[in-house]
Design a binder for this molecule. Structure first.
Ligand code: P6P
Length: 341
């Protein structure tokens, strides 16, 4: 049993930043502000039984999806926690169509924050784990002025930090700022995130696959063959795999990060770009999973190398244990090669 250091998230962030002599400490403060928002959102999510905050607002978000009050609460809480720290020049939220400017009365900073305030929110009323996802970039437009859409539409490789909070049996914040992937569990007794998972490394090969098999008939023929391959019995390659799909990518990917696994939300004949958003879901998780030794592609290309054209664009995604992601890519490439013969 490894005895982890008794270390708070705040201390860990500072130590991580101290590894960079040129660091100004701004990123530390930004991440500390994010953890404050996460604590407050966790408090509300854990009151999920209270009718006053559950249920539909009757509104819908930019994607026409029914918005639940907790989505709006998390979105508003993140903006309120982040807009006045003086570290950001602009924000963008999965719940908001356009970029979010920093109010004139606050100092403009050098970072950009993109976030999905509460992913998996359709599961809220069923008390299934949901999560907050975030990406941090450095601005690319001149300092001192408000940030722009250009600052937000950067390739995932440009992230300086990324992370997520999973609100489940406990609240865990996982982040990377370029020095490994680390997890912190919230101790509600004194409201601190304590180091619980240091230098997370995702197993290179797994026995778990996560995909919505209800879409089977619409999939790429190579993907169909891959899933059938996983379901065959072969002890040497530890098949059949187990199917684990919660319908909440933060929970599915958190489990896969710790146990190994491949998470897939592919394109299909009805949705040529799949369902998940590049900026708010796929880029941050791709950054984390690659930092943990895994792989994340759209079936062909690294997610992190996709140049975004718009804030809410979607991408097919295959992410998790490196060998498993490479195998599904091979199955689809072989099928395409056979079709062109
Ligand atoms: P489906 C939640 O709405 C979400 O964006 C992800 O968290 C999740 O993995 C996916 O959609 C589930 O989508 O179509 O399988 O219900």
């Amino acid at each position: 049993m490894s005895i982890l250091k008794f270390m708070t998230l705040g201390r860990h962030i500072i130590e991580g930043e101290e590894m960079h002599p040129e660091a100004t400490g701004e990123l530390s403060k930004l991440l500390a502000d994010l953890s404050l928002a996460a604590k407050v959102i966790s408090l509300e999510v854990n009151k999920a039984g209270l009718a006053d905050i559950l249920g539909f607002t009757g509104d819908s978000n930019v994607h026409g999806e029914q918005v639940k009050k907790l989505d709006v609460y998390a979105h508003d809480m993140l903006i309120r926690a982040m807009d006045h720290g003086g570290h950001l020049c602009v924000m963008a939220s999965e719940e908001e169509e356009n970029i979010i400017h920093i109010p004139n009365r606050f100092k403009i900073g050098k970072y950009v924050l993109l976030f999905d305030p509460l992913d998996g929110s359709s599961n809220i009323d069923a008390n299934i784990s949901i999560g907050t996802i975030f990406s941090i970039y450095k601005r690319i437009t001149p300092e001192g002025k408000p940030g722009t859409l250009e600052d937000c539409l950067q390739q995932g490789t440009q992230q300086v930090a990324a992370g997520y909070v999973v609100y489940g049996s406990s609240t865990i914040l996982v982040y990377t700022a370029g020095h490994g992937v680390h997890g912190f569990t919230l101790d509600p007794a004194f409201g601190e995130f304590l180091l619980s998972h240091e230098y997370i490394q995702i197993p290179k090969k797994s026995k778990i696959y996560s995909i919505n098999e209800g879409n089977y008939k619409y999939w790429h023929p190579g993907l169909k063959k891959y899933i059938k391959y996983l379901q065959e019995e072969d002890k040497a390659s530890e098949r059949p795999y187990s199917s684990r799909y919660i319908g909440s990518m933060v929970a599915d990917n958190h489990r896969n990060l710790l146990y190994g696994g491949i998470f897939m939300y592919p394109a299909d004949s009805r949705n040529p770009k799949g369902k998940l958003r590049l900026m708010y879901e796929c880029d941050p998780f791709a950054f984390i999973i690659e930092a943990a030794g895994g792989r994340a592609t759209d079936g062909k290309k690294r997610i992190l190398e996709i140049q975004p054209q718009s804030l809410h664009e979607r991408t097919p995604v295959f992410m998790g244990s490196e060998e498993d992601v490479k195998m599904v890519e091979d199955f689809m490439a072989k099928e395409e090669a056979a079709e062109t013969k």
